[in-house]
Ligand binder design. Structure first.
Ligand code: ZN
Length: 234
């Protein structure tokens, strides 16, 4: 009987935990507070991570659930978010990788037929991003150098404006997915297509770049550790 009751309690707890996780997507801060109160620290960690996707503390009303959250824990959560923002923005602080990592780009497939029906598949050297290749439309004054002593590359203004928009979006939401959001991506494409040199490749290149950027940001943010000691200090 006792075992059954124990099993019931575990099932209830599991169900509660599942429901909290579902709710955490919409209300990460409230779920964080509830989970902390219930000592469900694994859910605290998930909610803290999910809180990065949203700008929090936007409402005038203080969520009721926060009443039970100790202020040092709230402080640690805010500190975690700040450190994630710093890590995410760091990816955009030194943009040298934009020039040195072009090897990661996939060039067009070249299929060569050899003797005896052997086929050799290779990839052509990927071209430099269009915002460096173009010398026609408005440039940005920040020049990029892949390594000391190498030639300078001048990006086009529309690309730098895109990078700046990502930077500001990361301030409230340090997650890679912001790099592909319409209101961040589209204004630069609209500007790029007014240049005859940039127009044919702007969308393709910026799309590929935004995906690379997203995974770099997510990787940088994932390296930021959560304040585990606080979650278990109750
Ligand atoms: Zn151009």
């Amino acid at each position: 009987m006792r075992a059954a009751r124990k099993y019931d309690m575990e099932a209830v707890q599991r169900h509660l935990a599942d429901e909290l996780v579902k709710f955490a997507e919409q209300e990460p801060l409230r779920v964080f507070a509830v989970a902390f109160d219930l000592e469900l620290y694994e859910i605290c960690r998930k909610a803290a991570k999910l809180s990065l996707r949203k700008a929090i503390c936007q409402s005038e009303r203080v969520p009721l659930e926060l009443g039970s959250l100790p202020s040092p824990v709230f402080y640690q959560l805010m500190r975690y978010r700040t450190r994630c923002t710093e890590a995410a923005q760091e990816v955009l602080t030194n943009l040298r990788w934009v020039l040195t990592q072009i090897l990661g780009r996939k060039g067009n497939k070249i299929v060569t037929r050899l003797r005896h029906d052997y086929v050799q598949v290779s990839y052509e050297w990927p071209a430099l991003w269009i915002w460096f290749r173009c010398t026609s439309c408005l440039p940005h004054c920040d020049k990029l150098v892949p390594f000391s002593g190498a030639a300078e590359h001048t990006p086009r203004m529309w690309w730098k404006e895109y990078v700046d928009r990502v930077w500001y979006a990361l301030e409230g939401r340090p997650v890679g997915s912001v790099s592909g959001e319409m209101n961040i991506f589209e204004p630069s494409i609209r500007r790029a297509v007014t240049c005859t040199v940039c127009a044919p490749d702007a969308y393709k290149d910026l799309k590929e770049f935004s995906e690379q950027l997203a995974s770099r940001i997510d990787k940088a943010v994932s390296m930021v550790g959560q304040p585990v000691n606080v979650y278990s200090s109750k």
